[in-house]
Design a protein. Structure first.
Length: 101
């Protein structure tokens, strides 16, 4: 089995270039705050789509049950992932707060 080396790794923004919490410097791209807001908006959109599909299914407007189930599963998976990320972030924060200086 041949293992090829990683040749293209994008350069990460050094921690020293972050000026305030949640605010990145000009050349570094999108801030952490904006990334989180976009992710939450995406999850919210999936939840809304699933609710709309469930409403259409209940009223008889939607005949394809498969579409409704897929929309609901996408929304559940996205929400579960968001919840897991939130839990990990809180655990990391609590661990940092327990550190002795």
């Amino acid at each position: 089995m041949r293992v090829s080396p990683i040749t293209s790794i994008t350069e990460l923004t050094p921690a020293a270039s972050i000026t305030k919490a949640g605010e990145a410097t000009k050349g570094s791209g999108v801030s952490f705050t904006e990334t989180v807001k976009k992710a939450i908006a995406s999850v919210n959109e999936l939840q809304s789509d699933a609710d709309e599909m469930a409403r259409k299914l209940a009223t008889g407007e939607l005949e394809d049950v498969h579409q409704a189930v897929l929309a609901m599963n996408k929304a559940k998976l996205a929400f579960d992932f968001t919840l897991a990320v939130r839990t990990k972030v809180l655990e990391a924060y609590q661990e940092i707060m327990r550190m002795q200086v």
